[in-house]
Design a protein around this ligand. Structure first.
Ligand SMILES: [Zn+2]
Length: 103
């Protein structure tokens, strides 16, 4: 079986459309308090810590995107559901995107 290259921070988009708004994706070496990510509604920024394994980083990215969707759509998904969704979508996205970057 061919091992896929790790999906790295530089492969993530810097700008993502969430509904009708553009959100920025910003990476940090570390976040205060050991947080893995954040989502700021006012500045439309999703912040991601580089200080986590690639699998966890994708889950964090999906987690924060879901918060952005909550803000932009005016809905509440809530952390229990967000954690379940990120756990399912993370490996799928990672597999899709790793295949894309391997070409
Ligand atoms: Zn959260």
């Amino acid at each position: 079986m061919v091992k896929l290259p790790a999906f790295k921070p530089e492969h993530y988009p810097l700008l993502i459309p969430v509904g009708k708004k553009q959100w920025h994706v910003v990476f940090y070496d570390k976040l205060l308090g050991g947080d893995l990510g954040y989502c700021c509604q006012d500045s439309k920024v999703i912040g991601i810590s580089r200080d986590q394994p690639p699998e966890e980083m994708m889950n964090t990215f999906i987690h924060e995107m879901l918060h952005a969707v909550e803000f932009e759509m005016g809905i509440v998904v809530g952390h229990p559901k967000i954690r379940k969704i990120e756990a399912v979508l993370g490996p799928i996205f990672l597999k899709m995107l790793s295949v894309t970057t391997a070409r």
